[in-house]
Ligand binder design. Structure first.
Ligand SMILES: Nc1ncnc2c1ncn2[C@@H]1O[C@H](COP(=O)(O)OP(=O)(O)OP(=O)(O)O)[C@@H](O)[C@H]1O
Ligand SMILES: *[C@@H]1O[C@H](CO)[C@@H](O)[C@H](O)[C@H]1NC(C)=O
Length: 267
């Protein structure tokens, strides 16, 4: 994810302040009382199609907060792909760089990093031997507990342990590291403030935590692009709050709040 403010541009050639390079996936969700065994057919009681993919989720959350966004991804030349592009448009996301292909969808993502912009990297799904350039090229490196464990080999089950893992990730060259901790909020540290800081979140009644991480990353990208002078700790408090709203409703993108439904003090 990359963010750059371009306030001086004339309106007609306004560019996105936030560019997301990531996946667009169609979720086919069946609700059933249990999982089928191999080759078995069982009755489900509900089925729905949802819009997912970590990159697109983050982009939708940022757009719903009012960010001018563009989604860089490739979908298939089929009805799901057509519907996905329509979903991006419905969320006011530019699809200028959203492509469609006749080939089967591939799992590869190409990431182009231009150092004129701020980069926020979310290593999901994480691999232990991540290319070291991802650390040195990331202004903000944000992952969850299990990703931090994979990347560092350390156990991350508490804010104190997350702080230790964040120190290891910071040493690999990121400017800022954030580890999200579900209901416990997040932990952060940076090259300028290398002492881990725990930022707890509100206690809420969680209904469905799917996509909370992407809501958090999308909200953080929004603040980095639109409120760059806000202290990082304040951005994280607000991102915690927005993600905590998303866990109180069902679904992934369907649970992401719009700016108009959030307290004006967040903006
Ligand atoms: N139960 C909860 N109560 C309040 N806030 C929550 C809860 N779960 C998650 N959050 C918020 O969402 C953020 C991200 O959650 P989490 O660390 O679980 O990400 P994640 O594991 O990537 O999520 P997922 O994979 O489910 O999308 C947390 O930092 C917090 O702000
Ligand atoms: C962290 O994110 C990954 C996706 O990369 C997900 O599979 C995993 O369940 C998440 N971990 C936690 C603790 O939520």
């Amino acid at each position: 994810m990359a963010a750059s403010g371009e306030p001086g541009r004339p309106r007609q050639e306004q560019v996105a302040a936030l560019v997301v390079v990531g996946s667009c996936m169609t979720d086919l969700v069946s609700l059933a009382s249990r999982l089928p065994k191999t080759g078995e057919t069982i009755h489900g009681h509900k089925f729905f199609i949802g819009f997912g993919g970590k990159g697109a989720n983050q982009c939708v959350q940022a757009a719903r907060l009012g960010a001018k966004t563009s989604m860089v991804c490739k979908v298939g030349k089929d009805s799901f792909g057509n519907d996905y592009i329509e979903n991006l448009k419905q969320n006011d996301i530019s699809t200028e760089f959203t492509y469609q292909t006749k080939d089967a969808p591939t799992g590869t993502a190409s990431i182009i990093v231009n150092n004129e912009v701020k980069t926020l990297f979310n290593p999901a799904p994480a691999i232990a031997d991540l290319d070291p350039r991802f650390y040195s090229l990331s202004d903000v490196f944000c992952c969850n507990e299990s990703e931090a464990e994979i990347l560092t080999g350390l156990t991350v089950g508490s804010p104190a342990e997350a702080g230790k893992a964040a120190q290891v990730l910071l040493e690999r060259g990121c400017q800022v590291v954030i580890i999200t901790l579900g209901a416990s909020g997040c932990v952060t540290l940076s090259q300028t403030e290398p002492i881990p800081k725990h930022i707890p979140t509100e206690k809420v009644k969680a209904v469905d935590t799917t996509g909370a991480g992407d809501s958090f990353v999308g909200a953080l990208a929004f603040y980095l692009a639109y409120y760059p002078s806000l202290p990082l700790e304040e951005m994280l408090k607000r991102s915690n709050f927005i993600a905590s709203v998303s866990v109180q409703a069902a679904g992934t993108q369907s649970s992401y709040p719009l700016r108009k439904d959030l307290p004006p003090t967040l903006f």
